[in-house]
Ligand binder design. Structure first.
Ligand code: PMV
Length: 363
């Protein structure tokens, strides 16, 4: 694991004032990451679909300080309002990345962020939020050191984002991303994510993810606590081994376009993630009765129509309904007629596979 490659080289250039804006997507894991060690390193590799409609838009305003500060100096605005409650999380992120981007002590930052999805919708904003901030910092590094390559830029953005939130490492590029070292996949790494190098079959082009907002309440268990519970988990070793195998199987499925095999693997992964939570100690059930109603309706519909609809779950009660572009009309009609009754205020978000983060105005 070569992390020294991400320490920025000495910089002589300075910039008096500028700003960078990035639009960065959320992502949904198909093979799940659940269990970590050390500096946010994954116990197993994971594969995700990069999303498109669920994103964070972050502007980083930058002004050169007269004198270097000991702590990174910043303010944060969320959805137009000053949000001091977000400061501790961002301050701890800056602490984790400072050794790799020491130039941050030379500037004062104003962070202005908003999400495309409703706040407290139960959709984790840490992946899109942390990756957006990491990309803005990388834009500053690129402005100070224009020689850095695109590959280095993306890898380091993923590396920095990972230190904020593991799954954020998968929100830089698209459409399918792998995070975690897997010896059979060249270029894979525990310290940053890469686009899955395999060819992706046409069947997965524009794949849809309709997110059903079952429960918008506060999570019962933070992901940090959840990951920690895997340390003493009686089934952890088998689970990690299985995830390694599933990375290999899924990467082949994505290449061959076998949708039935995809459905089986993705649903099995989702339920395994929840089984890990249910069998940790303390134990948690993050699904709600309506989560199970939706899953059963999906299974009934699939059995009756031979549709390729399937579901996956995050660490919460919301359901991500996945289906191919070809089945779009029929599936949306099915969702609207049969599944929305199980959503809080009938709320859902139509998303699909995306290509990764976009710079909005790099000066
Ligand atoms: O990135 P974290 O630490 O919030 O962990 C996310 C874990 C899951 O969303 C449950 C699974 C995953 O791989 O994204």
């Amino acid at each position: 694991m070569n992390t020294a490659q991400f320490i920025s080289s000495p910089i002589s250039k300075t910039i008096s004032a500028t700003s960078f804006t990035w639009r960065t997507p959320s992502n949904i894991a198909l093979v799940k990451y659940w269990g970590k060690y050390g500096a946010q390193l994954p116990k197993n590799p994971s594969i995700s679909f990069t999303l498109n409609a669920c994103f964070t838009l972050t502007t980083l305003e930058i002004v050169k300080l007269e004198k270097k500060e000991k702590e990174v100096s910043f303010e944060i605005f969320f959805e137009g309002k000053k949000e001091p409650s977000f400061k501790p999380k961002i301050a701890s992120f800056f602490k984790k990345i400072e050794a790799y981007v020491p130039f941050i002590f030379d500037y004062k930052f104003v962070i202005k962020s908003r999400n495309s999805f409703p706040h407290s919708s139960g959709i984790a904003s840490s992946a899109s939020g942390m990756s957006a901030l990491a990309l803005c910092i990388m834009s500053l590094e690129k402005a100070l050191n224009p020689a850095i390559s695109k590959t280095y830029f993306n890898r380091k953005a993923s590396f920095l984002a990972r230190l904020g939130s593991g799954s954020a490492s998968r929100s830089i590029e698209g459409p399918v991303v792998l995070w975690g070292k897997y010896k059979k996949i060249a270029g894979s790494s525990d310290v940053y994510a890469i686009p899955l190098p395999n060819k992706i079959h046409e069947n997965f082009k524009n794949y849809h993810d309709t997110i059903l907002l079952v429960d918008k309440g506060q999570k019962q268990v933070s992901s940090t606590v959840g990951h920690d519970l895997m340390h003493a988990h009686p089934y952890a070793a088998n689970r990690f081994e299985q995830a390694f195998e599933n990375v290999e199987i899924l990467s082949k499925i994505l290449e061959t376009g076998n949708l039935k095999a995809f459905i089986n693997l993705v649903e099995h992964e989702a339920l395994t993630l929840h089984a890990m939570m249910m069998t940790s100690n303390p134990y948690f059930i993050l699904m709600k009765p309506n989560t199970l109603q939706i899953i059963n309706k999906i299974w009934d519909y699939r059995a009756a129509t031979n549709s390729n609809i399937c579901f996956t779950l995050d660490a919460g009660a919301n359901v991500h309904v996945l289906y191919p572009e070809k089945e779009k009309e029929k599936t949306i009609a099915f969702i609207q007629d049969n599944l929305l009754v199980y959503c809080e205020n009938n709320q859902y978000i139509c998303d699909r596979l995306g290509l990764g983060a976009k710079p909005m105005s790099v000066k």
